[in-house]
Design a protein around this ligand. Structure first.
Ligand code: FES
Ligand code: FES
Length: 206
């Protein structure tokens, strides 16, 4: 009979399930928001405290924890995506102290005391940020995987350069963000519209 396995080779044993990682709550005060990330061999545990989307958080983590891991695994803020892990695709862009950075190559420890803004913190009072609204209006997405990083990068572009952007500038400044679906045409249109929207309605999150 046909077999998927070579003669004499046994199928691999299924890996045991990973223990659940306790989550820090961004809404709780620092004293109770502490979460502990299990240290891997050779890891050193440190305490980090920062403000994420306007809320103070504090946790004991492995010193090698990346900011994107801290957001996704400790705080359960999974809107920030990981597309490459090597600082190329921009799916992980968040703002630290008002500047866009790639959280897949930023240590959480280096953000101790910082103000972090992720895509979850952009909408305010149940209203989308003008850049989010522009992406929705202009169909600046298909699968949506790149979209959180694209929007955070776009908001940063407007903050750095002002709202009078040209298509060339938007395309050049979005160089670090890769979309596998849209062909960029609608994304660029959305960023230009979002820039105009930000000028018309300065937003509380920024
Ligand atoms: Fe950070 Fe791709 S996941 S740049
Ligand atoms: Fe799918 Fe950009 S919308 S990767």
């Amino acid at each position: 009979m046909f077999s998927l396995f070579r003669k004499g080779k046994k199928p691999a044993e299924p890996a045991p399930p990973e223990p659940a990682r306790p989550a820090a709550t961004a809404s709780a005060p620092p004293a109770t928001a502490r979460a502990s990330t299990p240290s891997t061999p050779g890891g050193r545990m440190i305490k980090v405290s920062m403000t994420v989307n306007g809320k103070p958080v504090s946790a004991d983590i492995d010193a090698r924890t990346l900011l994107v891991q801290f957001l996704r695994e400790n705080l359960r803020l999974t809107g920030t995506h990981v597309g490459c892990d090597t600082s190329q695709c921009g799916a992980c862009v968040v703002h630290v102290d008002g500047r866009a950075i790639k959280s897949c190559t930023t240590l959480a420890a280096s953000c101790d005391g910082a103000k972090v803004l992720s895509i979850e913190g952009l909408a305010q009072g149940g209203k989308l940020h003008p850049m989010q609204e522009a992406f929705r209006e202009h169909h600046g997405l298909q699968c949506g995987f790149c979209t959180p990083g694209m929007i955070m990068a776009a908001v940063d572009i407007v903050q750095r350069r002002g709202s009078g952007l040209s298509e060339e500038v938007v395309r050049a400044d979005l160089e670090g963000n890769i979309c596998r679906c849209t062909g960029y045409h609608n994304i660029v249109a959305a960023v230009l519209a979002g820039a105009a929207g930000m000028a018309a309605k300065p937003h509380a999150a920024e």
